[in-house]
Write a protein that binds this ligand. Structure first.
Ligand SMILES: C[S@@+](CC[C@H](N)C(=O)[O-])C[C@H]1O[C@@H](n2cnc3c(N)ncnc32)[C@H](O)[C@@H]1O
Length: 258
């Protein structure tokens, strides 16, 4: 297993072949939701030309099996003190919950993430939340760093709006991933993201001094992920050496070219 590495392959095979039992401190997983985002087109406020092709979706009828397969590996690779956060829409939530039970992960919290940009509807309520299932391998041994005095289970965090920037179809806000990482890991811990997408978990790991390892089945994401990680390294490096705010897009571009 090589740390600070993303493998462009199926995460189930990848975890099986590359990651040893009990070696991961924290898993952040934002799997495909089993709904067809492509059909939704611009409803999600994205211009098609900025969205990377080849996003890998799972058919609804295969969803439980897919969840069970990767969660079984997730359970195996987690340390006894480890946690696994699973982000899910509501459509296939029952399969997610059943698979969590069936691989013997324990649910500690059911967090609701409320975002903006819900899809316009005529005859039903607008969905503007996701579920984040906070699960652990061992209910008495898991690490939890209570960074807020009164940590509630409803989080209002805006989705990033990054006009003109290329991205995979869905991207989590860094603020959300940072919250998960700060609550459930220490500096120097190893964080696994089986569904890297745009590399948000890797970026936040760089910024918060954690190690990362991950998988992404779509090789077209590599270009975006590499660029995002380079930017994160630059930002972290300049914050260490300077008290000013040097993060203009121009200085980042110059750094990436050098
Ligand atoms: C919801 S997106 C993740 C977005 C990511 N959290 C971010 O912030 O950018 C899910 C990703 O999982 C990838 N994927 C789907 N099936 C996979 C598999 N079996 N192994 C690895 N990656 C997979 C998709 O290509 C997609 O990029």
């Amino acid at each position: 297993m090589k740390i600070n590495t993303i493998y462009y392959e199926d995460c189930i095979e990848g975890m099986r072949n590359r990651i040893g039992e009990g070696s991961i401190d924290l898993i952040i997983a934002d799997p495909p939701f089993g709904i067809d985002f492509h059909k939704m087109g611009n409803q999600y406020n994205r211009k098609a030309e900025y969205v990377v092709r080849g996003y890998n979706e799972i058919a609804s009828e295969d969803y439980y099996e897919f969840m069970w397969q990767w969660l079984k590996e997730a359970h195996r690779v987690l340390k006894e003190t480890g946690s696994c956060y699973i982000i899910s829409g509501w459509t296939n939530l029952k399969d997610v919950l059943n698979a969590i039970d069936d691989v013997n992960l324990h649910i500690i919290n059911h967090i609701i993430w409320k975002y903006q940009f819900g899809v316009f509807t005529k005859r039903k309520f607008v969905t503007s939340h996701y579920h984040i299932l906070f699960t652990v391998k061992h209910p008495k041994k898991y690490y939890f760093n209570k960074i807020e005095h009164y940590p509630e289970d409803v989080w209002v965090i805006k989705r990033p709006y990054r006009p003109g920037k290329e991205k995979n179809s869905t991207k989590l806000p860094e603020a959300l991933v940072e919250k998960l990482i700060l609550y459930s890991s220490r500096e120097g811990d190893l964080v696994l993201d089986p569904f890297m997408g745009n590399g948000t978990t890797a970026v936040v790991c760089v910024k918060t001094h954690r190690y990362y390892i991950g998988f992404e089945i779509n090789p077209d994401c590599q270009r975006i992920i590499d660029q995002e990680i380079q930017e994160a390294k630059y930002i972290t490096q300049t914050q260490k050496t300077s008290k000013e705010e040097p993060k203009t897009q121009k200085s980042i571009t110059q750094f990436l070219k050098s």
